[in-house]
Write a protein that binds this ligand. Structure first.
Ligand code: AVJ
Ligand code: FE
Length: 386
């Protein structure tokens, strides 16, 4: 938990308080809200929930409830700022450590404690908010990361066929009963799949640029015209878009249209998960500090069993699937994590991105967003019937 907090604070270290409080986009919270919300979530579930203690600051929880407060209104709330915010984060953490000292995390009578569930949930929650924070940080002019992992850019690129085959069969989908996973990944169940082929690498900037120029489709977020070509303008800096890198910041409609233009289609989330079998998250562009993608074809020594590379890391991959409950789903520990989002509104993304912390990701992990969203680190790869 100390390591997770260090990473959170590393991301905001270059920013002044005023920048923490600014709303840069109506679809993203000011960073001060994320920071207070991370601490409040910890207070709610661990200090109050497990420790049975009173909240430190009576009403505060209401303002950090993500469902109750839409993102664009979050700077109008009396949320904590400046020193008050830091004092609250530290105060919660002190109490958390006291509670953790006193409880047995293996208590099998309490499902919240069994296998350290609540502890894993808090960690995953802080990790996942780092990614939301990075979505916003890309909009901050002149943002300079404190630390960058240059090894990502130095990854060699592997050669291979355009598409690789996945056999027809019965595939086990979702997380097993052991270990931490979110409720939406359970229960694990078998799904019958027909044979299909899947792109060996994520779709590149070069391929997407060709699609945009041929069809007049919307370019991805952050793309700006530069003569005949494109540059990306993140962190307020215009940078050459490397044609060999995976395309990022496409919305679902763009991804779906690209796939059809290419004579292919988006994978279902089950096809994606079957193709990801054998992928290794330890050899993947995850964990933020690369601050960008690796070239398509990198991490060739860590391909999935079918031969596809970069199934994990680099870019989230849009699927054709709506975010829905698996048969036998039950909400745990609260319906607001997954259940309230089930239905036709949200599309599933898989695999994690460079901006996702490594520990968040596993082949069964399901992310979701609205089909019109592109501030997320979203790309795609295509499939066709085998
Ligand atoms: C899984 C990324 C859709 O940001 O809404 C953070 C993660 N849930 N706090 C979101 C989450 C509660 C969630 N996504
Ligand atoms: Fe949250």
């Amino acid at each position: 938990m100390a390591e997770a907090r260090q990473r959170t604070l590393l991301l905001v270290e270059p920013l002044a308080d005023e920048q923490l409080n600014t709303v840069y986009s109506p679809i993203l919270s000011p960073l001060a809200w994320d920071l207070g919300h991370i601490a409040n979530f910890e207070e709610l579930w661990l200090v109050q929930g497990v420790g049975g203690r009173e909240p430190m600051d009576g009403e505060l929880g209401r303002f950090y409830d993500a469902i109750e407060n839409p993102r664009k209104t979050r700077n109008q709330l009396p949320i904590l700022r400046g020193d008050e915010l830091r004092t609250y984060m530290e105060g919660v953490r002190e109490r958390t450590l006291e509670v953790l000292d006193a409880v047995a995390l293996s208590d099998t009578r309490d499902p919240l404690l069994e296998g350290g569930f609540v502890y894993e949930m808090l960690l995953a929650h802080e990790h996942q908010h780092n990614e939301t924070m990075l979505q916003l940080l890309q909009m901050v002019d002149g943002y300079e990361p404190v630390r960058v992992d240059a090894s990502v850019a130095a990854e060699p690129v592997s050669e291979g066929p355009e598409m690789v085959a996945v056999e027809a069969g019965s595939y086990e989908i979702g997380a097993g009963a052991e270990g931490f996973a979110y409720d939406n990944e359970r229960p694990r169940h078998a799904v019958e799949l027909d044979a299909f082929e899947i792109d060996r690498t994520p779709v590149t900037n070069a391929a997407y640029a060709e699609f945009v120029s041929e069809t007049g489709a919307e370019p991805p977020m952050y793309w700006e015209r530069d003569g005949d070509g494109w540059v990306s303008a993140r962190f307020g800096r215009r940078e050459r878009l490397d044609p060999r890198h995976p395309v990022v910041h496409v919305d679902w409609h763009g991804a779906d249209a690209f796939a059809r233009w290419a004579g292919k289609r988006l994978p279902t989330e089950f096809e994606w998960e079957a193709a990801a079998s054998g992928a290794d998250r330890e050899r993947a562009n995850l964990d933020l500090l690369g601050f960008g993608t690796a070239a398509a074809g990198a991490y060739g020594d860590a391909a999935a069993d079918c031969g596809a590379v970069q199934m994990l890391g680099d870019v989230w991959e849009w699927t054709s699937s709506e975010f829905a409950a698996y048969p036998g789903f039950s909400a745990f520990p609260y319906p607001e994590y997954s259940e309230v989002f089930f239905g036709e509104t949200y599309k599933v993304l898989r695999g994690g991105a460079w901006a996702t912390r490594r520990d968040v990701i596993r082949p069964s992990f399901r992310n979701w967003d609205l089909p019109e969203r592109s501030q997320i680190f979203s790309g795609l790869r295509c499939v066709r019937d085998g």
